[in-house]
Design a protein around this ligand. Structure first.
Ligand code: 15L
Length: 278
């Protein structure tokens, strides 16, 4: 059986994945950042540490076949923090993958790499990237880094542009962006089991009726989502939308309004989408 390492195992999503992988009896090494993890089952291989330190990365990747890399800053933060956690940390992780012959990395990218697209657009996997902040920008960089390590070093990556990965959708935007936990675990199973993935980018989204994202081109992974946020639509649409006008206009939702300074919001996105950049 393949040995899996999970970074970010103490985080919101990492905790869900950790429990589910252990329940499947998958040989797992769970790694957190600053706080130590208590093993959830007898003999669980747990560790913690700063992934900018190559010795910590060595401990993470020794004997590992597939790394599920969920560590890093997962929201908009000041640039120095993003650079340390999401840029420097990621280089150390991929360099560690080289040292240890790790065959495959699942890189948690994000919909915030494309958050500046208006909600009226439907996106294919090869769309131009339009990050909605420094966090989204770090995911653009991460996807390119993964591409480089495949092209130059033969390390496979699945870059998953995660939408809103929640137990259940709670607001209108999620009717398009929801990535249900069942679908997430099926997706990770495919990332572990699929034969050859090379460099693959895929939208981390359920089979939502209102999805903005089209996974055609990533069929080789075998990801076939079953969940659909539409089941919750009536309930969600009966409540007020928590997003402001800007957040409702763009796919990145609330991230878009952080440090936003344009005053021509009626003319921006469609013009830029058509290649105009006034
Ligand atoms: C993300 O990338 C974030 O990590 C998460 O906290 C959510 O904001 C999610 O995107 C989303 O867009 O809903």
């Amino acid at each position: 059986m393949k040995k899996i390492a999970l970074s970010g195992a103490g985080g919101q999503l990492g905790s869900v994945v950790r429990k589910a992988l252990l329940a499947r009896d998958i040989p797992l090494r769970s790694a957190a950042g600053s706080r130590a993890l208590t093993p959830l089952v007898d003999g669980e291989d747990v560790m913690h540490g700063d992934l900018r330190d190559p010795a910590v990365v060595d401990r993470l990747l020794e004997g590992v076949d597939v790394l599920i890399h969920f560590a890093g800053t997962s929201v908009e933060r000041p640039l120095p923090e993003i650079i340390e956690n999401n840029l420097r940390g990621l280089v150390e992780v991929y360099e560690g993958a080289r040292r240890h012959g790790v065959r495959r990395v699942v890189f948690a990218s994000s919909n915030h790499a494309i958050g500046m697209y208006p909600v009226t657009e439907h996106l294919s996997l090869d769309c131009a990237l339009r990050p909605d902040g420094f966090y989204g920008l770090s995911k653009v960089w991460g996807e390119s880094l993964a591409r480089m390590y495949w092209d130059k070093h033969g390390i496979e990556s699945v870059c998953v542009r995660i939408g809103s990965c929640l137990e259940r959708p709670t607001e209108p935007r999620h009717l398009s962006t929801w990535f249900g936990h069942k679908d997430l675990m099926h997706f990770l199973d495919r990332c572990i089991e699929a034969e050859d993935v090379g460099f693959t980018v895929i939208w981390g989204v359920s089979a939502n009726k209102r999805s903005w994202w089209d996974n055609r081109g990533a069929e080789h992974l075998g990801y076939q989502p079953q969940q659909d946020a539409e089941v919750y639509a009536a309930e969600i649409l009966a409540a007020p939308n928590p997003l402001d006008a800007l957040g409702q206009r763009y796919q990145g939702g609330s991230f878009v309004g952080l440090d936003y300074s344009r005053d021509d919001i009626d003319s921006d996105a469609s013009g830029a989408a058509a290649g105009r950049s006034k």
